[in-house]
Each structure stands twice: as C-alpha cells, then as structure tokens.
Ligand binder design. Structure first.
Ligand code: GLY
Length: 368
C-alpha cells in the first residue's frame, strides 16, 4: 500500500509525494489525472532510458492518447540550454500543447531540466517527477526548483515550478550502482544535520540496514527526509529565507564540482562541502571539536569522501564567489549551531573558507 505526503504551496494543497514499490501505483495516480485525451512526453537520459524507458511508455500508453519519449545524453554537462532547445523542438514536433504532460524520469539532472522545460514551454505545462536516484528521491524532485547550468554557473537559469506529482519507486534503488546510491545519502545526512538530531541519530543506528538497502529502512528514511524538506519548502517555497538552509555543504560543494569538471557526483561534493561547513562552524565556536569530527567521520561508512586531492584551495575559494547563493557581495553560508540546527551566516570570511578547504584538501604529492 503506497504511502503519501501532501506538499502545500502558498498554504493550499499542491502535490502528493507517493512512496511505493513498483510502478502499479503510478498507473493509478495517473488514471486519476484524466489524461485519456492528452499526450505525455517522458524526458529521460541515456542511463535511465535502457532501464525503464520502454516500461514507462507502455504504462503511460494505458492512461493517455499518445506517449512519446525524449532522451538526452546523461551527465551534468548536458544540463544546459542546448538540451532544453532540443527538448522544445521535440515537443513542438510531437505537437504537445499546454494541456499535455511531461514526465521527468531520472536523476537530478533529468528532474531539473524537465521541470525547466515544463515551466517555460508554452508558458508552462504540467509535469510529474519520477526520480530514479536516491539523490533525486531525497532532495531534488521535491520543492519545485528547476533549472539548468549556464556558462559554468550551476543552476544559474531556472524557475520555481511545482510538479503535479512526485512518484518514488523504491525498487529502482536496489539496482543503483554503489557510487550513485551513497552519493544520494549525503543529502539525507543533510536533513538530520540541519533540522533533526533524532533523525541523524536514527541514521547512525540504522547504518547497516541503509548500506544493505533494506526496503523498510529506505522507506522510513525517505519518508522522514522528505517530511523535513516538505516542512521547509512549505514555509519558504521560493527561498526568500529559511529554505537556504537546504544548501548546507553546497557553496564549497558546487565549487569543487566545477573545479573537478563534474567528474565527482553532486552528492560526493555535498559531503565534502558539509565537512568544510562543519569545520567553519567549529572554528566559529558553534560546534565543539568532538561534534566536528563526529560529523566528518559519519560520511566514511557511507562511502562518501571527506578529503580531496587535485584541487587548488585558492581556486575553490574563487569559485565560491561565482556560486549564486549570494546576498549582495557576501556569500550566504550555511553553518551548524549544533547537530539538528542550521543557520544562515553572511559573515564567513575568505580566510575561513580557505582554511576549511585546506582542511579537506589532501595533498597527494606531499604524501608521495
Ligand atoms: N536542494 C535544495 C532545495 O531544494 O532548496
């Protein structure tokens, strides 16, 4: 039996997040959307298409007039306006109109890009999120942030566009490769760290089951992390204030992602950025030394990096300036007051950022 959470937007019920195993419940959800006379376009990438593309089309054909699929090459490098243009051309060619529907089938890149296409094509058409990675299920599919990278700036062009439904099929997590799976876990840790110390403790207690991908534990883990995200985005859907705490680890994380030419996964960079943010929090006497080391070391059993080589710390500092999480000239840095409580801080200095990057920097050559 599927579980669900409703997310409100401006205090009105807006969309459900449905937690399920398998695809059957998705057919039912779509049947209720009255799509019999509508066309549906699945947008997916070259990794996900061979796994679920055809199955999804068959399922959709049962509930709509015509189902088609647009597939682009997988990878963060494709999350740009060129791919958006190709998607527009495809939709125009297939004659999709404003009452039709898009389905984002994939990870964070697919979800962000499809959402942006949905926000802009014909001034906006409906879309649903069907996230297939842990990162997309735990974070990016919920909350209506959509967009693409532009000229090397991450998520620089985008829109807030709420989906009509987020459908999470836990079965897809079983076949994710380990690297993708654990990268998603960085965002889950984030929810405990920023808002819920009990959830953080629960993650530690259930470490073994999480690593083994026990479906009951996964289901509770995603329900709890999505509930935290829901509560934050409901209060501040367009990030005028508190929603920014969801960016813990992202300022330095995005800079590393860019410096490494997107060779590391987003979640891996978020883990590194979170260690750096916890370090700044310790140095600013918000966290104790013990808390800092506990947070840092918590990433290790989940196969996430806590140090990195092959970067130039000064370059990372420079790149943090081009991240969009800025307020005037100062960076909106997310720090931890304690485990379970994040704060927005605009006073972090260049020296503090540099010291934090040096803390996570592992100089390979010096260790030869
Ligand atoms: N991923 C951060 C947010 O949705 O605000």
């Amino acid at each position: 039996m599927a579980q669900r959470l409703n997310v409100t937007y401006n205090r009105k019920p807006c969309y459900d997040i449905v937690f399920s195993t398998g695809w059957e419940d998705l057919t039912e959800e779509l049947a209720e959307m009255e799509l019999k006379e509508r066309r549906i376009c699945v947008i997916t990438d070259s990794n996900v298409d061979p796994l679920y593309g055809e199955e999804m089309l068959k399922l959709l054909e049962k509930v709509c007039k015509k189902a088609v699929k647009f597939t682009f090459t997988a990878g963060e490098e494709q999350k740009n306006l060129d791919t958006v243009k190709e998607a527009y051309r495809f939709l125009i060619g297939e004659g999709l109109d404003r009452k039709d529907l898009l389905v984002a089938l994939g990870g964070g890149v697919v979800g962000d890009l499809t959402g942006f296409v949905a926000a802009t094509y014909l001034r906006g058409i409906d879309f649903i999120q069907v996230p297939t990675t842990l990162l997309a299920q735990a974070d990016s599919s919920v909350g209506g942030k959509t967009g693409v990278d532009f000229d090397g700036y991450k998520n620089m062009v985008g829109a807030f566009k709420m989906p009509r439904l987020v459908y999470m099929n836990f079965d897809v997590l079983k076949t994710l490769d380990d690297r993708q799976y654990f990268a998603g876990f960085a965002e889950i840790m984030k929810y405990g760290l920023i808002k819920d110390a009990e959830f953080y403790a629960w993650l530690i207690e259930n470490m073994y089951e999480i690593c083994e991908r026990d479906v009951n534990v996964l289901s509770e883990m995603l329900m709890r992390s999505c509930t935290i995200k829901k509560l934050v985005v409901e209060k501040d859907p367009t990030e005028q204030g508190e929603r920014a705490i969801l960016n813990l680890g992202h300022t330095i994380g995005h800079a590393i992602e860019k410096a490494k030419n997107f060779q590391l996964l987003h979640g891996e960079c978020v883990a590194l950025g979170t260690v750096a943010a916890a370090y700044v929090s310790w140095k600013k006497e918000m966290l104790s030394m013990e808390e800092y080391y506990e947070i840092r070391d918590m990433f290790v059993p989940f196969c996430l990096p806590i140090s990195i080589d092959g970067i130039v710390p000064e370059e990372i500092l420079k790149l943090t300036k081009s991240d969009k999480k800025k307020q005037g000239d100062s960076i909106k840095f997310i720090l931890l007051k304690k485990i379970g409580k994040a704060v927005i801080d605009t006073t972090v200095t260049d020296e503090e950022i540099l010291a934090a990057v040096k803390e996570i920097y592992f100089d390979d050559e010096a260790n030869d």
